[in-house]
Design a binder for this molecule. Sequence first.
Ligand SMILES: Cc1cc2nc3c(=O)[nH]c(=O)nc-3n(C[C@H](O)[C@H](O)[C@H](O)COP(=O)(O)OP(=O)(O)OC[C@H]3O[C@@H](n4cnc5c(N)ncnc54)[C@H](O)[C@@H]3O)c2cc1C
Length: 587
Amino acid sequence: MNTTAATSDGTLQRDQSFAKNLFFGEILEENLFPYPAMRERDRELLGSMVDAIDDFLADKHADFKQWDREAHQPEEFIQGLRDMGLFGLIIPEQYGGLELSNAAYARVLCQTSGHDSSTSLTIGAHSSIGMKGLLLFGNDDQKTRYLPSLASGAMIAAFCLTESGAGSDAASVRAKAVKNDDGSWTLSGEKIWITNGGIAQLYTVFARTDTPEGKMTAFVVEAAWPGVSHGPHEDKMGIRASSTTTVAFADVRVPAENVLGEVGKGFKVAMAILNNGRTGLGGGAVGGMKALIKLSTRQAKERRQFGRAIAEFGLVREKIAQMTVDCFAAESAVWMVAHYIDSGCVDASVEAAISKVFASDAIQRAAHEATQIAAGNGFMREFPYEQITRDARILSIFEGTNEILRLYIALSGLKDVGANLKEISSSIDDIFNNPIKGFGVLGEYARRRAAEATGFGTAKILRELHPDLRIAAATYEQFVVELSKSADALLREHGKTIADFQYQQKRIADLAIDMFVGLCTLSRADSLVRANHPAAETAVAICEIFTHQAHRRMSRNIRALTHNEDEQVDKLAGKVLEVETYPFDVI
Ligand SMILES: Cc1cc2nc3c(=O)[nH]c(=O)nc-3n(C[C@H](O)[C@H](O)[C@H](O)COP(=O)(O)OP(=O)(O)OC[C@H]3O[C@@H](n4cnc5c(N)ncnc54)[C@H](O)[C@@H]3O)c2cc1C
């Protein structure tokens, strides 16, 4: 251990976003160390639940395969999920739920995903998005009316935002609700691709209301009300057993008391639900990766070629190691984000987006590599790889596509930096030539930026760290300054029009992703070392590997901000889009 550095006491700063601070060149140690432990109550509940879930799901793998082919989930199976309390995971005890924290909830979805993704989705769409709005924005009356039935699973919930013309551009929904004289609303429109659409009794619906208070409003709508209907089960590429349908509203009368949150603030409600729900998806992705690692290690040891187990070959071992690094990194980020949300941090939306993007990309890499290790067997439907690969594909598409989330990560960080840049220009003209004068009059960002320009104030992690972790920490200390400089430079070059430079935004987002995920991995390895955990040395090694890889990616991204072929790439895309075909042939 390096004993020269001071130790931070880890007092969480709830009003700060750790990820947004990275854009200012700051590693907020208080929000990084110590790595959060599962709360005692959750740990006790999880202990028995995890075993019960395994007992219930482990012997159903043949059924899952069949339900995937047939694209349905039998009612008796859903009843089994109800009986296990899996629809009441995050609902407060006073309404009959288990009141698990976000962290424990993500752990449950991790467990179910190790068996079957469609099962996770039925439970997850209900809790993470279907009825989450009631928890976050519901008033006492709404909670009393609905949460007990939602906790028991007598009512299953679904989240109805997407429409044929409103996917990523969720604010452009056309479903509309018109206010009646008696205060009720008449709702009409059609939603598409709604998870649990065909089995839900309660829908959280977003519709255009065009009131002076705002354009969109959220409503809680019962499936049994006149005018509510759903379409057939969609025939999908993956998660085929999970119910996905259209949901239509034909002049549905919605009582005034079923407005969720404030009239006109529906977009805010939708975004809060999605931001809050992303740890469920992340937990599911981690569960899938753990299952893939189990399958791949067994396969690599059992399969013999050239007189040896294929596990002895470097190119197979490399895949196993990479899957483990990715899984540990994703897990470290997902549970850090869950901790932020559980601790009441006011803004963890960028961290949540980072964990979702990283975990969903990571499971797809893992599914690809696991299939490659199993090779011919991996391609056969008799084995689970192809289903896991198909099931994992959705994770980078729904709850915000990974493209939209990367843009969100970059622009959210840049926005705050931009706001502070304005402060610089309005406070003093040439702060970088006269930093001392500026210290008295400038805000926090300008002080930091000025300090950096004069060679002081580089980010340092003060906590005592294992020597190998200290080396890893130096990488993040270096690149967090690079990130802040790059954010600053991009904003000075493009100003507000940075929003038009998506290639650059992607690089900035990937820098933030590598940094946040890497630092979560560092924090977790540090906690395991301190606890003398038997696998602490493995965690340190994983952190080192991740950091070396992240170092290479971050260096590339920094360099590509100024040395790239963006213009040529854009031109080429334009040419191909114009002719709508590949423009060459060899004959
Ligand atoms: C199986 C399944 C279940 C679903 N469950 C639900 C549910 O329960 N509730 C619900 O409301 N919705 C649900 N959805 C909808 C899902 O959230 C949307 O599919 C998703 O938001 C993307 O919208 P889209 O498919 O219309 O893609 P589009 O928005 O049309 O995007 C197409 C492509 O363009 C990219 N793109 C779009 N805009 C931009 C931009 N500004 N910059 C750069 N790239 C851009 C996207 O990243 C994507 O690659 C589900 C979808 C599926 C497939």
